[in-house]
Design a protein around this ligand. Structure first.
Ligand code: ADP
Length: 547
């Protein structure tokens, strides 16, 4: 027997209309590429997104067509989130930090019909334009006065185009499983692969982002999105914020410590989110400005994901900001919420090391994401916090495959998505990431977690950043090599680092060598680029391997 409830499709357009109706005056603050701070409201975004939808219609964009963006976090990008997807087209957020060849590949693979770009990327767009065969119009996200002087076919001005459109638009109703947005994974190996979100997956994911034991957002919150809107849809927060009418602060291209600090202070931000590298930049700025007291900012919560949270980062946010640190694990393929770290009532009595240990785990399962860890044969492993295996996930906002069938059939026999990560799960359901399967160091038949060694090293006060990779070894197959960037003004030595690590990790995990470097390579999403490091040190001979 069928139930008798209304069958309304879950569509992204409903989020912006809700925000405009119930939170019309809540502010959306952006720092624009042009430099100034811009203020609008949820109502302003709604009207703009309807104008975007009208403009797309005028440009001949139909349902399902891909519309590309090369843009930082701003109110214009936010209006595109709603205007493009709401009209039934697919918003393809391209990561501008990728190499030009990768952008070329991605835009052609997606067959973007239109490319909208921030003016900082004007030269890049000019360089790429001749090979972007599908793109019929290039639209600069700016006003007439700031139009870039570049030679590309059909160059349009976004503000002018949108201003000329009516603010009325009837959002179409369609199948909630229709494609809404597209995001390519950075593709640390092989070509980038497209993850195609649906309206349904996006709305369900937003709902889960709101519950108290995940991000717990509400109308009283002011969110600073340091995570870019081209990185897994800024972890879904532009949608979730509309659902509850939270205030948004969008930093544009300004993610240096000084700019972030100024936004935290001036906009009274209560909640901010980003990958560990951006917080490191903020800490560096604070190191140079001991007169600043971050406690006065009133930041209550910091969400960190995309890479493991180093202990020193957790403690610094807690102690000097008085903020709660939440960690999330996820990936582009998981929208990205996979697990979120939150304490349980039974942890209330805990303190010291025991508590820190739990806080540093990636997090617990949330409704909608089923987890399993499996061995090499695909057999499920126990949740005892010790056994580690390949992490597979299943749920309504997890990818079922890649755009245009890249990578073939990706799901396992039970319909779970293999994440490429190796993890443990404890009896309380806390997941702890051991490593990416390809980064784990295989030493004498056992596995060493590069993440654990990196985090231990990074907690040394003289270490700014640390990376550990496996280097070929005649006896052990691989042994760890530690690369360290010293904190400016310190002169920490190899022996000090090894001595420090010796008290924190198993003896056989100790790196065979420590090298000091000026910088470490990062991916376009701000993570350590291990493939590059492995390549650079492929022929490196560890002292222990020398004859
Ligand atoms: P890419 O880094 O390839 O651009 P994603 O942003 O989707 O793609 O990265 C997902 C990966 O990032 C995960 O598979 C995992 O290895 C890593 N990751 C994400 N969150 C965490 C976390 N909290 N701790 C450790 N690693 C994480």
């Amino acid at each position: 027997m069928q139930g008798l409830m209304q069958d309304r499709p879950l569509l992204i357009s409903s989020l912006i209309e809700h925000a405009a109706t119930f939170h019309p005056h809540t502010e959306i603050v952006s720092r624009l590429p042009e430099g100034q701070v811009h203020r609008t409201t949820w109502q302003g975004i709604c009207l703009r997104s309807r104008q975007v939808a009208n403009a797309l219609r005028q440009l001949g964009i139909r349902q399902g067509d891909r519309v590309g963006t090369l843009a930082w976090n701003s109110y214009r990008h936010l209006a595109l989130y709603y205007g493009v997807s709401g009209s039934g087209a697919v918003l393809h957020t391209v990561n501008p930090r990728l190499f030009p060849e990768q952008i070329d590949y991605i835009v052609n693979h997606a067959e973007d019909q239109v490319l909208l770009f921030d003016i900082n990327f004007a030269k890049l767009v000019e360089q790429l334009a001749p090979s972007l065969k599908s793109v019929r119009a290039f639209i600069a996200l700016t006003d007439r006065a700031h139009m870039p002087d570049i030679q590309v076919p059909n160059l349009l001005c976004f503000d002018e185009l949108a201003d000329a459109q009516p603010t009325e638009y009837a959002w179409p109703e369609f199948d909630e499983r229709s494609a809404s947005s597209l995001c390519y994974t950075s593709g640390t190996t092989g070509n980038p692969k497209g993850v195609m979100y649906t309206h349904r997956s996006t709305v369900l994911h937003s709902l889960m982002a709101l519950v108290p034991d995940t991000f717990g957002l509400s109308a009283s919150e002011t969110l600073l999105l340091i995570v870019p809107m081209f990185h897994a849809n800024a972890w879904g927060t532009p949608y979730a914020a509309a659902m509850v009418g939270a205030k948004l602060v969008l930093p544009g291209p300004y993610m240096d410590g000084e700019s972030v600090y100024a936004l935290l202070r001036d906009e009274r931000v209560s909640f901010s989110l980003g990958v560990p590298t951006v917080w490191m930049m903020l800490f560096q700025y604070l190191d140079q400005h001991p007169e600043l007291d971050p406690k006065t900012l009133g930041v209550r919560r910091i969400l960190i994901g995309g890479a493991a949270v180093p202990r020193a980062m957790l403690e610094r946010f807690e102690q000097t900001f008085g903020a709660e640190v939440m960690q999330g694990w996820g990936m582009t393929e998981t929208s990205p919420i996979g697990v979120v770290s939150k304490l349980l009532p039974k942890h209330a009595a805990l303190g010291g090391e025991e508590l820190v240990k739990i806080k540093l785990k990636q997090g617990r399962g949330v409704w909608g994401v089923e987890l399993k860890i499996v061995d090499a044969e695909g057999k499920a492993l126990p949740w005892d916090g010790v056994a580690f295996g390949h992490l597979h996930v299943r749920g309504p906002w997890i990818a079922a495959g890649y755009f245009r069938g890249e990578g073939g059939e990706v799901l396992d026999a039970e319909g779970f998505f293999p994440t490429g990560d190796v993890a443990t799960i404890d009896p309380d359901g806390y997941l702890q990431l051991v490593d990416r399967a390809k980064d784990v160091i295989k030493s004498g038949g056992e596995w060493i977690s590069s993440i654990d060694v990196e985090n231990a090293a990074a907690s040394h006060p003289g270490v700014a950043e640390a990376a550990v990779i496996g280097v070929a070894h005649p006896k052990w197959q691989e042994r760890p090599l530690l690369l360290v960037v010293r904190r400016p003004g310190t002169a920490v030595t190899k022996f000090e680092v090894l001595d420090y690590l010796g008290k924190r990790i198993a003896k056989w995990w100790l790196p065979d060598e420590v090298l000091f470097v000026d910088t470490l390579p990062h991916t376009a999403t701000g993570k350590l680029l291990k493939t590059k490091l492995r390549e650079s040190y492929r022929d490196y001979q560890l002292p222990s391997a020398r004859p």
